[in-house]
Structure formats: C-alpha cells, structure tokens
Design a protein around this ligand. Structure first.
Ligand code: C2E
Ligand code: CA
Ligand code: CA
Length: 659
C-alpha cells in the first residue's frame, strides 16, 4: 500500500477519482486557510508597524487580500461546479496555483517586510511565517506538490534573509529555519501518505460496492440484466401500465437443443453462442425494451407499453416474436463451428389480472414449453388452461421422488391370453397410489420420470418387483411376465448387467422374463440396441416391440432385431371395426409378422367383435379389458380361467309379472 502511495504522490499515477478526492480535500480547506492567513497577516502588520515602512505593509496587505480573493473565487468555482473525474487535471493545476499564490505573499513578506534592525521583531516575524507554514501542512498536504511548493516558497526567502546577515546568531536562525522546513516537509509527506491510504481504501471500497451491485443485477456472461433486475423492472412496468392504462408483453425465449451444443462442442462454445444470441437480441429491440437472461439458455424480453387494447397488444407481441425468430435464420459462427440454432418463445400480456412478476414469468415459461411441444422454433400465447396442466405436472414431479422412497408404487398385471381367454402371460404395469391425488396413471408420470431421470430408479424397482413376483408365481404355476423398459433405461450402459444380476439373484428362469421396448428406443441408436438385445437374448430373455405401428420402423432393421413379438398399438385395435385404415394397417402388421416369423399381440381388445376380427386375420395373442383390466398381483394369482365366458345363445326375455 505504501509503495503504491509513493508512486501516486510523486508521479500522479493515482486513479482519477482518488485524485479528485485529493483535490476536494484541498479546496475544502481553503476557507479555513484564508481566515487563518488574514488573521496572521493583520497580526504581523500590527507587530511590525513600528519598525517597517507603512507603505510596504499596506501594499503587502493589499496583495494578501487580492490573493485571498482569487483563492476564494477558485473555491467558489470548485464547489459550484462539482467537478467530475474528467476535469480533475484542471483542478489539480488550480490547486497548485492557489498554493503558489499564497506562498508568494509570504515570500514577499520575507523580502519586503523583514525588520532588519530588531532581533525581537525578527523573531516575532519568523514565528508567524513559520506558524503559517506549519498550518499549511494541515491544509495543503492532500496534494504533495502543493505543500512542497508552499513550504519552499514560504520559508526559503526567510532563511535566505537570515543567512545574508554577518551576525553568527542570525545565520544560525536561518539554518534552523531550513531545518524546520525539512521537518515540516517530512510531516507533510507522512500526512499525505495517510490521506492517500484513506482515499485509496475509500475508492476500493466504493469500487467493490459497485461491482457487487453490478453482479447482483447483471448476468456475468452476457452483461444483460439478470432475474432480479428484471423483476424490479417488471414491477415498475406493471404499475406504470396500470396507471396509464396500456398493455405490455413478456416474451420468454429458450433456445432449442442448446444442451446438444454444450454436450457435443463444450461449454466454451455454448457460452460464446449465448453471448452472440444476447447481442442479436439486444440489437433488434427498441430502447425502452429490456432483454434479460434468467440463466442457462433462457432469455426474457420485456416489451412495455405496446398497445392500449388486447387485440393490438397481441398483434404487436406476435410481430415482435416473429421478428425475433428471424434473428435465428442466419447461423451463428462460433470458434469455427457454424451453428444453426432456433428458439421457442412463450408470450404473456400484462397487466390483465393481478399477476405478479413471478406469475407472469411462469406463465410465459409455460407457454414457451407449449411452443416446444408443438415442434419448437415458434411461439405460443399463454392461456389459463396451460397453468393448470403445469401445476398438476409440478405436483407429480415433486411427489414422484417420495413415491419411490415411501413405497407408494405397486405393480399391476394385465393378462395376455389366447382367443379363448386362457392366460399365456401377463404385462406388468406400474401404479402409483398418490396420498392425495389417488391412483395416478403411468401415462402421466412415466414421461416425467423420464425427463427427471427418476426413471432409472423406477425402472429398477419394476425389474426387481416383477422378478420377485415371477418367483412367487413359480410356486403356483409359472407364468411369463413382460415389463416395459423406457428408452433412457435401456440405453444405460450398465442395463444388461443389471438385468442379469437381478434375474440371477431372484433365482428365476430368464425365459419367464420378457422385455417390451418401443420403436423409438430402437431408432435412437440401432447398433447399441441390437448389442444389448443380443446379449440379453443369449442369456435367455425375450423381447417384443411395444406400441408397434406408431413409430417409423423399417423392415430393414426389424429383420435384424432379435425379437419374438410385435405388440399392435391399442389405438389401431380399438377402432379396427369402424376405421377402414386401421383395419388395413392391423392386417398388414399381422401378415408382415408372419413373414418375419414373429408373434403378434393385440392390445386394447375391448369387444368380442374386435377379438373375432383379429383372430380371423391370424392374431393369436390378446390383451385388453375384454379379458381383464390390469389387476394387483394377488388378484392375478386368483384369476379364474378362462377369462372369456363362452357366449350362449340369448335367453328368452323373462315373462312379465303383470298380465
Ligand atoms: P403400454 O405399455 O402400451 O401399456 C398398455 C396400456 O394399455 C396400459 O395402460 C393398459 O392399462 C392399457 N390397456 C390395456 N387394455 C386396454 C383396453 O382394452 N383398452 C384401453 N383403452 N386400454 C387398455 P397404463 O397401465 O395406463 O400404462 C400406460 C403406459 O405407461 C404403458 O403403455 C407404458 O408405456 C407405460 N408404463 C406402464 N408401466 C410401466 C413401467 O413399469 N415402466 C415403463 N417404462 N413404462 C410403463
Ligand atoms: Ca407395454
Ligand atoms: Ca403398448
């Protein structure tokens, strides 16, 4: 700290606002300094009135008054203008001028008022001039060159007056004056160092505070306002819109597949992309609009005061959204990569009700997700129905973790039967007994489990439970059980080993465990899927393709897959009687399966008509409400076969009691 201060003292290397602090301290002390000088001057005039020329004294007093007026004027200018850091050099020079002018008056006193005869008067004179010098140390030391100039100009002429004398004692006083001046210089330097330390500390503190303020309100990567600043502005805009009775809009923008960029090209590329996106967005908007970054690849655009009525506001918001969409037409060039990026946006208008900034952002977020669901690279307007869907989703997401730890899951089984209703196997279907929502359908929570990664734990639980049940069934009569494997779970490198481990631990015949995977799982990574399947097939486990017909399977790889069965999706089966297209599709699948040597299972069989249609086309295995809904494990064991009652001819209507 000291070293640095020295540098600042001598070379003026200090930061401009530290220098401004020095100048301020200097000018602040001018009124006091002038009072002290005027008092001392008149005292001096009084003391030497008898021994010095009156004209010289009066002339000198006029000079002192004139200099005081000039310095006072400088002071007035300084305080009135409240200088900025840009003007610091000018005021620095003004301070040096002020110190020099003041010192010149005292040099003049030594040169023209020095009483040559009386040693007593000389001592009184010296006392006052030296006193002024000592006082100057307290008022001028904030600028070291100023105090240096002052002391030299003030005291050297005086000491020179003494030195010129033949008298040994007077020469000694002259030498003492020089010595005194050096002492004052030393104290001035010490004082200056202390002042500089204080100013530097104050400066660093305020700079740190400014940085903290900035970090608290701005995003470090893109320099855009962050969530907190956005909330502040949004609060203000909502209030203003209410007062002036107009509407604004919020656009919630999220990049599509940003994660892929980060995962495949690294975070540095991802960061740079975000910066470029931020720059494009900012460049496109009006001055009064705000672009903020909420984190990740989420940006919010706040468009205040866009219209007076809802229709207009919607039109404006839409046109702004499509403008923003155009910003993504040009690819982004990042570190040699050409990145084609699109964005999905959610729009919400404000203030339409009592929504807070938090509510509005959440609504815009929900609408953005809808835009993603609808195929990305587009925008969607928020409406209240979306909110309910979101809340339900959040409830499920929060509860699912607990469901696993608190044993709220149960495996139900739906029998798979032949055309007479004799049980050939069963499909395990997970059920969630939610403490408040009741029984929640897997169609609702499986996708959420997939998204959140909870599917690994859930899938593992299903696998273990099903294997335990297979073992229990062995004690009655062995039954093949199918379980559903989600794509994420199947793709996990440790999946194969884990299945083998559980089967071995459960001590069951692997031939009794059957895995259902979807076309999507296969298409995602054909080679890895085949490798996993081959390895499990060797171990004895069979496979079927679930929901067949809904994906884009091609015959080419279907031939390569080590599968045993295709499960025709229930959406085709349900309508097979009424919908000609479904009938053709189902028939085609059955024929194709026969050619490939695969079994076919029809799911969603609800009526006898459907059953006989399918049977007639060659399907041998069925699943559906006609035979049984999915039932708890205990009920599965107790089911009485066959599940389909023989149809008897209609009984005659009972005779009426009346008549
Ligand atoms: P999925 O694999 O296609 O399962 C068949 C679904 O059809 C079941 O719905 C079943 O209850 C229903 N279903 C059966 N027969 C009929 C019928 O005659 N008519 C109609 N309309 N529906 C019928 P559920 O149990 O709600 O399961 C929905 C989906 O959740 C399943 O579709 C499966 O994709 C998934 N799922 C269920 N359990 C698991 C599991 O343990 N793991 C994984 N990864 N997914 C599961
Ligand atoms: Ca299934
Ligand atoms: Ca299915």
């Amino acid at each position: 700290m000291k070293e640095r201060n020295r540098e600042q003292v001598s070379g003026g290397a200090a930061e401009p606002d530290i220098r401004l602090g020095q100048v301020r301290l200097f000018f602040d002390s001018i009124p006091f300094s002038i009072q002290a000088i005027l008092l001392t001057s008149f005292l001096l005039a009084y003391l030497i009135w008898e021994v010095t020329s009156h004209r010289a004294i009066l002339g000198w007093l006029s000079l002192v008054s004139l200099v005081s007026l000039v310095r006072l004027w400088q002071y007035r200018q300084f305080t009135r203008k409240d200088p900025t850091v840009e003007q610091v050099a000018h005021w620095w020079n003004q301070a040096l001028l002020s110190a020099t002018l003041s010192a010149i008056t005292w040099a003049a006193a030594s040169l023209f008022l020095f009483p040559p005869e009386s040693l007593l008067h000389q001592l009184l004179f010296t006392f006052l001039v030296a006193g002024i010098a000592a006082g100057a140390v307290t008022t001028l030391s904030s600028i070291f060159p100023a105090i240096l100039l002052f002391l030299l100009v003030d005291l050297l002429p005086l000491s020179w007056r003494f030195m010129m004398s033949d008298n040994h004692q007077e020469r000694l006083i002259g030498a003492m004056t020089v010595f005194f001046m050096l002492l004052l210089l030393l104290s001035a330097q010490r004082l200056n160092e202390t002042i500089m330390e204080t100013l530097t500390m104050r400066h660093e503190k305020s700079r740190a505070e400014a940085t903290i303020r900035r970090q608290a309100l701005y995003d470090e990567l893109t320099d855009l306002p962050n969530r907190r600043l956005l909330y502040n502005q949004l609060n203000r805009e909502i209030a203003r819109s209410r007062r002036h009775d107009h509407l604004g809009a919020i656009l919630f923008l999220d990049l599509d597949y940003f994660k892929n960029v980060n995962d495949s090209l690294g975070h540095a590329v991802g960061d740079e992309l975000l910066k470029q996106v931020a720059a494009r967005l900012t460049g496109r908007l009006r001055n009064e609009d705000t672009v903020a970054r909420l984190g990740g690849d989420e940006f919010v655009i706040l468009l205040p005061e866009i219209a007076k009525n809802t229709d207009q506001a919607l039109t404006r918001a839409h046109s702004c959204a499509s403008d923003l969409r155009k910003l993504f037409r040009e690819p982004f060039l990042v570190e040699g990569h050409t990145l084609h990026v699109s964005a999905s946006m959610g729009i919400v208008l404000f203030p339409l009700d009592e929504s807070t900034p938090g509510d509005l952002l959440q609504q815009a977020d929900v609408a953005m997700y809808r835009a993603k669901d609808e195929g990305r690279d587009g925008f969607c307007l928020f409406h209240p129905g979306m909110q309910e869907a979101l809340e339900a989703r959040l409830k499920i997401q929060r509860g699912l973790r607990r469901a696993l730890s608190e044993d709220q899951l149960e495996l139900y089984y739906q029998p798979q039967v032949d055309r007479h209703g004799r049980i050939l196997g069963a499909e395990a279907l997970v059920r969630w007994h939610h403490p408040r929502l009741g029984l929640v359908s897997p169609a609702e929570f499986i996708p959420i489990a997939e998204e959140t990664g909870l599917i690994y734990q859930l899938g593992d639980w299903v696998l273990e439970t099903a294997c335990r049940h297979i073992r229990q069934l062995n004690e009655h009569s062995p039954l093949a059980i199918s379980i559903n494997i989600s794509p994420k779970q199947f793709r996990e490198p440790a999946f194969v080993e884990r299945v083998k481990e559980v089967v071995e631990k459960s001590d069951i015949d692997p031939g009794l465990l059957h895995l259902e995977i979807t076309e999507g799982t296969v298409l995602d990574n054909v080679e890895q899927t085949i490798a996993h399947m081959e390895s499990l097939k060797e171990f004895g486990i069979g496979f079927s393709i679930d929901d067949f017909g809904t994906g884009y399977s091609s015959l080419a790889y279907l031939k390569r897959l080590p599968i045993e069965a295709l499960k025709i999706d229930r959406s085709f089966v349900l309508d097979v009687i009424d919908d000609r297209n479904d009938a053709v599709l189902v028939e085609t699948i059955i024929v194709m399966a026969r050619h490939l040597g695969l079994e076919v299972i029809a799911e969603g069989v609800e009526t006898r008509e459907v059953l006989s249609f399918l049977a007639q086309k060659g399907c041998r295995k069925f699943q559906g409400y006609l035979f049984s809904r999915p039932v708890p494990f205990a009920e599965l064991i107790a089911l009485e076969q066959p599940l389909l009652q023989e149809q008897r001819p209609c009984a005659p209507a009972p005779a009426s009691a009346a008549g």
